[in-house]
Design a protein around this ligand. Structure first.
Ligand SMILES: Cc1ncc(COP(=O)(O)O)c(C=O)c1O
Ligand SMILES: *[C@@H]1O[C@H](CO)[C@@H](O)[C@H](O)[C@H]1NC(C)=O
Ligand SMILES: *[C@@H]1O[C@H](CO)[C@@H](O)[C@H](O)[C@H]1NC(C)=O
Ligand SMILES: *[C@@H]1O[C@H](CO)[C@@H](O)[C@H](O)[C@H]1NC(C)=O
Ligand SMILES: *[C@@H]1O[C@H](CO)[C@@H](O)[C@H](O)[C@H]1NC(C)=O
Ligand SMILES: *[C@@H]1O[C@H](CO)[C@@H](O)[C@H](O)[C@H]1NC(C)=O
Length: 417
């Protein structure tokens, strides 16, 4: 009898469920859920934008040819519709926030940025019809702030290290406001998958690089290295995740700035429980490196995922600034991270190039020089802000020599600081 009851109980429960009338509140809730129609429309607008984005160009450059059989590729992200690598990234963040229900019809989106992310997010927010406020460092170049406003965003300037605190303060307890927090959420938002034959192409930058590289070098070719700096760490982590997921042999190299804690965070697991703020030396390289915003906590204050970074290298800031000027001299107009990326690429070529086998390095031309005419691309400004860092002219000479002779710029430049 007992056994029978035990056996029957689940059956009765199942029947009971099947016979019970549907909950009225559940029906009402679904009916009231008008966000879904608005959301579907917003998401469709973003996919239309993905189609319009197309692909940014991958440029082959002969700059590593003195290093033996080595070649350098720049993925020109300044050709994106809002002129930086952050276009695809803002697209992914806004799409993520819509899917997760963080952005609704009347939400105002807040973001902390050095400028580029804000320009691109302002564009995406305007596209879907929500308001946008950027919290930026008070040292921001006027032209970057103007670009945010041109895209319909509001600009709030605060000290560099205060951006997260201010953004949290302005949004906490306000259901009509959403703090996007690219530092925390890039990790969740950025795609790291292929598209296969699905009509909606992934926006992952390495997905594009791979298909462009293979069009040039053959259907199974992969670059030897992908080199990039990190701000939130979102871009390099999305590339690293893509590469690891598909077991591709390209090694991921973090090009870190001089006073940033990311090198120690990746290599030694440090700065997860201590702030890099006391070690930070202004002005640093705008948009990249990590230090003044407190400890580097994955998923909270940074998206940099150490497990998908293979190598890390630290580049003196003045070398990176000189690299921006050197590249400009040969018609490659890039911003701060383009300079860091280039010095790191030369260093890698000096370590790994080998005449017997072609070495390929892919890096990003992440944004355009025009954002830095008043700062890093202004010789007077550079001499004023970097006088304590050594000799700019010395680094400029070192870079010329390095490219001409195929030697390590970091070794050659040791005497410049
Ligand atoms: C010019 C430039 N390069 C690189 C980065 C860093 O990219 P990520 O935040 O994905 O690490 C930024 C971030 O703002 C940037 O503005
Ligand atoms: C990168 O793209 C921008 C925008 O299209 C263009 O002005 C620039 O010349 C390109 N850079 C290089 C090195 O081709
Ligand atoms: C959004 O705001 C508009 C204008 O104030 C209002 O008509 C509409 O009902 C609001 N929508 C939601 C979902 O709150
Ligand atoms: C948030 O802003 C309010 C009002 O300006 C201020 O009183 C408070 O100290 C701020 N809190 C933080 C954590 O910044
Ligand atoms: C951070 O954590 C490490 C390892 O647990 C510990 O040795 C170190 O003292 C901690 N530092 C701070 C500032 O708490
Ligand atoms: C270059 O920098 C100097 C010193 O900061 C400044 O006075 C000058 O206006 C800057 N030039 C441009 C074009 O922004």
């Amino acid at each position: 009898m007992l056994l029978q009851t035990l056996l029957l109980t689940p059956l009765l429960l199942v029947l009971g469920c099947a016979l019970a009338p549907l909950s009225k509140t559940a029906l009402l809730f679904r009916k009231k859920d008008s966000i879904s129609a608005w959301r579907d429309e917003a998401i469709q607008k973003l996919w239309e934008e993905r189609r319009l984005m197309g692909r940014t160009p991958l440029l082959a450059s002969p700059l590593l040819k003195s290093f033996g059989n080595a070649e350098l590729f720049f993925k020109n992200e300044s050709a994106a519709r809002t002129h930086s690598l952050k276009h695809r990234y803002a697209w992914a963040l806004v799409l993520w926030a819509l899917v997760e229900g963080h952005i609704r019809e009347n939400t105002t989106v807040f973001e902390t940025s050095s400028g580029n992310t804000a320009v691109s997010e302002a564009f995406m927010c305007r596209l879907i019809g929500v308001k946008f406020v950027a919290i930026v460092p008070d040292t921001i170049e006027a032209v970057k702030a103007a670009h945010i406003e041109e895209q319909g965003g509001a600009v709030l300037r605060v000290p560099l290290g205060d951006r997260l605190v201010v953004a949290r303060n302005l949004t906490e307890g306000r259901p009509d406001r959403f703090f996007m927090n690219q530092f925390a959420h890039a990790d969740r938002a950025e795609e790291f998958h292929e598209s296969g034959d699905f009509e909606h192409e992934s926006a992952n930058v390495f997905h594009e690089i791979l298909s462009q590289f293979r069009a040039l070098r053959g259907p199974r070719a992969v670059p030897d290295f992908f080199v990039h700096a990190a701000g939130t760490g979102g871009t390099i982590s999305s590339v690293g995740r893509f590469l690891k997921k598909y077991a591709l042999a390209t090694r991921v190299v973090l090009a870190d700035t001089e006073h940033s804690v990311y090198y120690d965070y990746v290599v030694h697991g440090r700065f997860r429980n201590e702030s890099g703020a006391p070690l930070w030396v202004a002005p640093g390289m705008a948009g990249i490196g990590f230090g003044p915003m407190g400890p580097a906590i994955h998923g909270v204050s940074t998206s940099l995922t150490p497990a998908v970074v293979d190598l890390a290298v630290k580049i003196p800031d003045l070398a990176s600034v000189a690299a921006m000027h050197f590249l400009r001299g040969i018609g490659i107009l890039g911003g701060t991270s383009t300079g860091v990326n280039f010095v790191a690429s030369l260093h890698l070529a000096s370590k790994f190039a080998d005449a017997g086998r072609r070495l390929s390095v892919v890096t990003l031309l992440a944004d355009h020089a025009s954002s830095y005419e008043s700062s890093y691309h202004n010789g007077t400004w550079v001499r004023e802000h970097f006088s304590a860092h050594g000799s700019f002219d010395c680094w400029l000479l070192v870079l010329r020599r390095s490219v001409e002779l195929g030697v390590d710029p970091l070794r050659l430049g040791a005497c410049c600081s």
